[in-house]
Write a protein that binds this ligand. Structure first.
Ligand SMILES: *Cc1c(COP(=O)(O)O)cnc(C)c1O
Ligand SMILES: [Zn+2]
Length: 409
């Protein structure tokens, strides 16, 4: 891995060997000294000889940028390479020039697959065969799917209130699913304690320095796909904050290396009931730690990556905004009926945030915007039913159809 320099602590600057299994900087007991992977970009560029022609088979097109050993066979289900769709009807509704990056089309239905593939490829490189994480659902399902693919033992800590569809999926993938009677934050603390005691490989967002590196590929892809017309804004939802941080880092790298001409501003969207990153970005220090929102994937009380997320917003000249649960559900149905894209609540939250940002004058009429849909709606049918309205019951009689649509001419 001579294209990877080191792991650097974001708090004290201490450096660690990237070939060592380490999660956070040990110089800060009780505090999270998040580690950042740094690269030798001359070496990265030497290794990168792919044409930026928009043909993206999977995220492994950007292998030169990924912190994995050349000799290791990746654990992959073909993640990444998701489409960037023009969204004229939704764009007209919101009065912007809109495109949608549909990352719900990843193998387990979520952008997190990009990160999971890297985590498990690292686990393979380190020779570890038991893996774990804490998750409100999507990370668990993703880790379980890729574990099955790579032949790992997968043990998951899931909070009691995760949607049923998201638990069915890891069970089918053959994982041990441990339903923790408690919150996501409690499940998370337990998974960390377990990692320390048993040495299982931990995919948890933020503390695993490699997993977030996989999320950069959504930024690489966005840069490549929008190269001819870089948007004014890219909109992400924020839970722990890794996704927006990774997406920004990927896009920025391509601009730094002159592969694209400029960078977009990042718009980060959180739910009113889980607003810690927004609060930190706007210097409100009254953030309570209890998260409560229909958008379960971003229902995080204590985000593990608020620092990196705030840097992404700041460096890009971006903004953050809050949306209510009603606005999220309305956005889920608006996205579905205008563009045929079925998102889970956290995947539709950026659409709600964009509408709010238009109303607040943050995003202006006619701006060019890319919304990133992070997860499919297929796993969370209960929320979808709340968003989508009701079935119309009729008798098996032609008269009932005539009554609804009028008779044939
Ligand atoms: C995890 C997740 C997010 C948020 O990502 P973070 O890295 O936690 O900010 C957003 N949407 C979906 C669908 C997710 O699963
Ligand atoms: Zn440190």
């Amino acid at each position: 891995m001579d294209h990877v320099d080191s792991l650097v602590c974001t708090l004290c600057g201490a450096e660690y060997d990237p070939d060592q299994v380490i999660y956070t900087c040990p110089n800060h007991p009780g505090v999270k000294g998040i580690l950042e992977v740094t690269y030798d970009y001359d070496r990265v560029l030497d290794r990168f000889d792919e044409p930026l022609d928009g043909a993206i088979g999977s995220q492994w097109k950007y292998r030169a940028f990924l912190p994995v050993d050349d000799d290791v066979e990746p654990v992959t289900l073909g993640e990444g390479g998701t489409p960037l769709l023009e969204a004229p009807r939704l764009g007209a509704e919101l009065d912007v020039d809109l495109r949608v990056k549909d990352d719900g089309r990843n193998p387990t239905g979520v952008l997190k697959d990009r990160a999971t593939a890297i985590s498990l490829t690292k686990a393979r490189e380190f020779g570890l065969d038991v893996v774990t994480c804490a998750s409100t659902g999507n990370a668990a399902a993703s880790l379980a799917g890729f574990s099955a693919r790579g032949g790992f033992d997968c043990r998951l800590f899931v909070p009691g209130d995760a949607p049923e569809g998201k638990l069915a999926q890891p069970l089918v993938y053959g994982a041990d699913v441990l339903g923790v009677r408690g919150s996501y934050d409690e499940a998370y603390d337990l998974s960390m304690a377990v990692t320390e005691r048993f040495g299982w490989y931990n995919r948890n967002a933020a503390v695993n320095p490699f997993q977030v590196e996989g999320k950069r590929t959504v930024g690489h892809e966005l840069a490549e796909q929008t190269r001819e017309e870089i948007p004014d804004w890219v909109v992400f939802s924020m839970g722990d904050g890794c996704t927006i941080a990774g997406g920004w880092k990927g896009f920025r790298e391509f601009a730094d290396l002159d592969l694209v001409e400029e960078t977009p501003r990042m718009l980060g969207v959180q739910a009113e009931g889980a607003s810690a990153i927004h609060d930190a970005f706007h210097d409100h220090d009254d953030a309570d730690e209890v998260a409560d929102t229909v958008a379960d994937s971003i229902s995080v009380g204590r985000p593990r990556n608020a620092v990196k997320a705030c840097s992404a917003l700041e460096e890009s000249g971006g903004e953050s905004i809050l949306v209510s649960d009603e606005e999220v559900l309305a956005a889920e149905s608006l996205l579905g009926r205008t563009e045929g894209i079925y998102a889970e609540p956290a995947g539709a939250a950026p659409v709600a945030g964009l509408r709010k940002a238009r109303e607040a004058g943050i995003v202006e009429a006619g701006d060019s915007v890319v919304v990133v849909v992070t997860g499919t709606g297929l796993k969370d049918t209960r929320s979808a039913m709340r968003a989508g309205g009701e079935v119309t019951a009729i008798d098996p009689a032609i008269d009932d159809v005539v009554e609804r649509y009028g008779d044939a001419d």
